[in-house]
Design a binder for this molecule. Structure first.
Ligand SMILES: Cc1cc2nc3c(=O)[nH]c(=O)nc-3n(C[C@H](O)[C@H](O)[C@H](O)COP(=O)(O)OP(=O)(O)OC[C@H]3O[C@@H](n4cnc5c(N)ncnc54)[C@H](O)[C@@H]3O)c2cc1C
Length: 374
């Protein structure tokens, strides 16, 4: 069945930061755009959960995906944040940091200077997604629609789209496609007709999806008791399960701490509720008995998210990969299909800034050729 939409639109695959930014910029450039997002929510790796707001102002959130951006090193994201009128604040840095070298040992240290200038958004990083989405006609965004196949047909492309409700798959003809899926996920989940050369698929499979191997744990408290003790909430541990802990409180919001879980994905999966107990036990070891009774906790394991990670992403790469080299499309797919998620950015690949970098480049190239496409 042919999907009922504009004739031959430009399609954006994925509704994370890169996809929404591309859709907005394409629309501003005069293109007819339809965005397909597999999940029932926008944001992709950006995920902010509302905090209960029991003793403090409601409206604060905790970030289970990205938390920070760095204006000293990045230009596009700070500019977009200003343009969208969002409120930024610096990661709270007052007080000492802690180091846990072994069980039963706790050392006080100076707050890490590496965190200086790390900025967060009020309402969490998802406020960026909400603000971007407000500039896009909701009728052009299809949630729960998974692209499963791409066909190169005559002068255009056709997409196979599976509906999240299990309804019949549909086919859509498109002038061009901007794909913001991580390359590894694209290689695993989307078929190509004609097939892509093995070397291209192998190249995509070799690109680690940034942070897809990670999990975050957040504990929300009535009081920021760590501040009473002159602590910033920042801690590093060689014991775990949390290896890096930070204050997750928004100004005026409900106090919270978050930590990156330093346990491999397969161990996390087997540990289940024990992991939760071990994380709270660690917070008590570090910050004292008040940490025993959080108002609530949140946990997100990105390695278990089928819309972000594949089984190749169980293990994090040893260092930040050099991204972007795989992004050029081969043969008949050139000038019809662009890869534009953060892993396709050469300079800031992996980061939020990279999502904007890759999307911007793809949009520029696509708009430059749109009138002559045939
Ligand atoms: C725990 C964690 C912490 C991080 N911390 C930071 C940080 O502090 N600062 C920073 O700069 N970056 C950080 N990052 C990285 C940052 O989140 C990413 O760079 C950015 O969100 C990537 O955006 P994207 O749009 O390129 O990709 P994604 O957000 O992955 O978007 C891809 C979208 O495609 C959708 N999709 C998947 N399959 C299909 C399909 N078949 N059809 C249609 N849609 C599909 C997905 O659901 C998703 O919405 C962090 C990431 C994580 C997970």
């Amino acid at each position: 069945m042919l999907l009922d939409t504009d004739r031959d639109p430009v399609v954006v695959m994925g509704g994370g930061l890169a996809g929404l930014y591309a859709a907005w910029r394409l629309t501003q450039g005069g293109a007819k755009v339809v965005l397909f997002e597999a999940q029932q929510r926008l944001g992709g790796r950006i995920l902010s959960e509302p905090l209960p707001g029991l003793t403090h102002a409601a409206g604060a959130t905790c970030d289970l995906g990205p938390t920070w951006y760095w204006p000293a090193m990045q230009t596009r994201l700070p500019q977009l944040i200003r343009q969208l009128g969002l409120h930024a604040f610096e990661q709270p840095a007052d007080g000492a940091a802690l180091f846990e070298p072994s069980l039963g040992h706790r050392q006080r240290m100076a707050y890490s200077p590496a965190m200086a200038g790390s900025m967060r958004l009020r309402g969490g990083m998802a406020s960026l997604i909400t603000a971007l989405a407000s500039h896009i006609d909701p009728g052009r965004v299809r949630l729960g629609h998974r692209v499963v196949g791409l066909h190169r047909v005559d002068g255009a492309l056709e997409l196979d789209i599976a509906a999240g409700d299990g309804g019949p798959g549909r086919r859509l003809r498109a002038t061009a496609v901007i794909c913001t899926l991580p390359p590894r996920l694209l290689a695993w989940r989307v078929s190509f007709d004609p097939p892509l050369p093995d070397a291209v698929i192998d190249g995509w499979l070799a690109v680690p999806t940034w942070m897809a191997a990670q999990a975050k744990f957040v504990a929300v408290f009535e009081r920021a008791f760590w501040r009473d003790a002159g602590l910033s909430g920042q801690a590093q541990s060689r014991v775990g399960p949390l290896v890096e802990i930070h204050d997750a409180t928004e100004p005026g919001g409900q106090p919270a701490l978050f930590g990156f879980v330093g346990v491999p994905a397969d161990v996390r999966r087997k540990a289940g509720a024990q992991l939760h107990q071990a994380a709270l036990a660690q917070l008590q070891r570090l910050f004292g008995p008040d940490a025993a009774a959080p108002l609530c906790t949140f946990y997100k394991d990105w390695a278990d998210d089928p819309f972000i990670a594949t089984s190749d992403d169980e293990t994090a790469p040893p260092s930040h990969p050099a991204y972007g080299a795989h992004a050029a499309m081969p043969g008949c797919w050139q000038r019809r299909l662009w890869l534009a998620g953060t892993e396709s950015a050469c300079e800031h690949g992996g980061y939020l800034e990279g999502a904007l970098e890759a999307a911007e480049l793809a949009v520029q190239q696509l708009l430059a050729q749109l009138p002559t496409t045939g």
